[in-house]
Design a protein around this ligand. Structure first.
Ligand SMILES: *Cc1c(COP(=O)(O)O)cnc(C)c1O
Length: 222
């Protein structure tokens, strides 16, 4: 019952137009079902193998989001069902998603992941790399992917000012891309930022999607 209560509490705290991706990594399917029965439909995982193992046993109307670093050789396993990939950080990856989506007769939503944190370890594009990707010759031909916005992960820190600064940066990046490249595309409207420790700040700074794991499912044991 705890999962349902957690979800209800979070939903009360955040505006209705902000989507919650329930990050179920490391958690068993029974936990996912508990959240599902509480009305949650959008779930996210960060490891391809784990998602592939779980998905067939879970309700078909779950909207699966992939939020972790994605290797091109895993894309084919996700392409039949994944709704959105939050972690596109290379043209090569986007081309592979397009190719596999095409062979499934699907269009897969993708976010461009930006590196906004201080930690080097985190993945993501910078603005120049994003511009190069968008300006590349093949980009307009990728008809089976739809770029619906941006994603970023803030530094893991208690320093609220730092986190806020990084989220502002992502929001500015979104605005820049929107006005420069996607002004006529209504579906380019998502800003995926904010996790358990910083989703309130993210929403204040303009998040349209928050990715929440431990506040819903409890601490993870690795
Ligand atoms: C694990 C994870 C989350 C959720 O983390 P919590 O702190 O448990 O909310 C969000 N986004 C990504 C990319 C993750 O890997």
């Amino acid at each position: 019952m705890q999962i349902q209560e957690n979800l209800q509490q979070i939903k009360q705290e955040i505006p209705g137009n902000v989507k919650i991706v329930a990050i179920s990594k490391t958690k068993p399917n029974e936990d996912i079902i508990e959240a599902y029965e509480a009305g949650q439909r959008i779930f996210g995982e960060n490891k391809a193998q784990e998602l592939i193992a779980k998905q067939p046993d879970l309700p078909e109307d779950i909207e699966w989001h992939f939020v972790g670093h994605l290797q091109t050789n895993k894309v084919k396993y996700l392409a039949p069902f994944v709704k959105m990939i939050h972690s596109v950080d290379k043209l090569k990856l986007l081309k592979e998603v397009n190719k596999r989506a095409k062979s499934e007769n699907r269009v897969i939503d993708c976010l461009l992941q930006f590196h906004i944190a201080e930690e080097e370890s985190k993945f993501g594009l910078d603005l120049e790399e994003a511009k190069d990707l968008i300006n590349s010759d093949v980009f307009p031909q990728l008809e089976n992917v739809r770029i619906t916005g941006v994603m970023g992960m803030a530094t893991f820190t208690e320093d609220e000012k730092q986190i806020r600064k990084e989220f502002k940066m992502l929001k500015n990046t979104f605005n820049f891309l929107k006005s420069g490249y996607f002004a006529s595309e209504d579906h380019f409207r998502e800003i995926s930022m904010g996790m358990t420790n910083d989703y309130q700040i993210a929403i204040e700074e303009g998040a349209t999607i928050v990715r929440i794991g431990s506040a819903i499912f409890g601490e993870r044991n690795y």
